[in-house]
Design a protein around this ligand. Structure first.
Ligand code: BEZ
Ligand code: FE
Length: 310
């Protein structure tokens, strides 16, 4: 008997005490049969993934003593998730996000390296080919919101500057929408720029504000049914790439935002919460921009890239 099959005998079964030994044996034997059906799989990773999935799925069914009505409801739910998914809407990823599965996969694959900046969820609103801006440029476009001066550096874990790192940034406007959620083909709240020779960068964006994830589908309904909020903590997305370094997908969050502790996709990490310093109208801006009538904010985000693993 293979070790994976043996493990099925010891699978978590909180309610085993409540079922007869004969019933427990029936259930365990089924797991063994299902595990054995994958024994001839010649691709070791696929075999291991499938057998582990079977063990955990059956452990769940047995632990909660899943009723047939609940099984049917689960199938209906997954069918609805599939039906609403198309090229523009990925409800399965949203489901993974709100279950913390996306964030856990990121944790597993982005182990901390020294003081390298931590990663967080990608989200559905990144767009390839966002416009280029020079340092000091403005990503807001038609997007409305309070101006925010963003500045920082890109360095390696030894503190050496990384010039010419590609920095993609994207964010929602103050109404809580990304450009791609409007129907007028606008491009706003997104751009790419490069760190300069000293590894520094800066640009104008918008002070991030909270917004809900798309919640008009089955995932939104599940959140409502379970008393959960669809709101994300205010954030600004970054993706930073440079040859020889691990690609960093992350956000910065606004210190003081009341949603920091309840981000619906579990994306917040303490190290990513930054001070967005509020500036009164008329406060001189770093690049001389006239902001006589408008509040604005400024934030510093120093990025440290981990080396690429061979
Ligand atoms: C976002 O930050 O853009 C996002 C992340 C996960 C799910 C939905 C939206
Ligand atoms: Fe976002």
């Amino acid at each position: 008997m293979s070790s994976s099959i043996e493990e099925s005998r010891t699978a978590d079964d909180a309610s085993r005490a409540a079922i007869s030994p004969a019933q427990s044996d029936v259930e365990a034997r089924l797991i063994e049969n299902v595990l054995r059906s994958f024994e001839q799989c010649t691709e070791p990773r696929t075999k291991s993934l499938m057998q582990s999935l079977v063990r955990h799925l059956h452990a769940f069914i047995r632990e909660v003593r899943l009723t047939e009505a609940e099984w049917e409801k689960s199938i209906e739910f997954l069918t609805a998730v599939g039906h609403i998914t198309d090229d523009r809407r990925q409800e399965f990823i949203l489901l993974s996000d709100v279950l913390g599965a996306s964030m856990q996969t990121i944790n597993v694959n982005n182990e901390a390296v020294g003081n390298a900046t931590e990663a967080t969820v990608f989200g559905p609103f990144f767009v390839d080919d966002a416009p280029f801006i020079a340092n000091g440029g403005d990503i807001a476009g038609a997007g409305v919101g309070q101006p925010c001066w963003v500045e920082g550096s890109v360095k390696d874990v030894e503190g050496n500057p990384i010039p010419n790192a590609r920095i993609e940034v994207w964010e929602a406007d103050e109404d809580g929408f990304y450009d791609v959620q409007y129907t007028d083909d606008r491009v706003s709240g997104r751009a790419h720029l490069f760190s300069n020779d000293a590894g520094s960068y800066n640009f104008w964006g918008l002070t991030p504000t909270p917004y809900p994830i798309p919640h008009d589908g089955p995932v939104g309904k599940m959140l409502e049914t379970t008393g959960r909020s669809p709101m994300r903590a205010s954030h600004l997305h970054f993706m930073v790439t440079a040859p020889g370094f691990r690609t960093l997908v992350t956000h910065i969050f606004v210190r003081g935002d009341e949603l920091i502790k309840s981000d619906t996709v579990f994306g917040v990490k303490d190290s990513l919460v930054k001070d967005f310093a509020h500036q009164l109208p008329g406060t001189p801006a770093p690049d001389g921009r006239e902001l006589a009538d408008s509040d604005w904010s400024r934030v510093r985000f120093d990025i440290v890239l981990a080396p690429e693993v061979a």
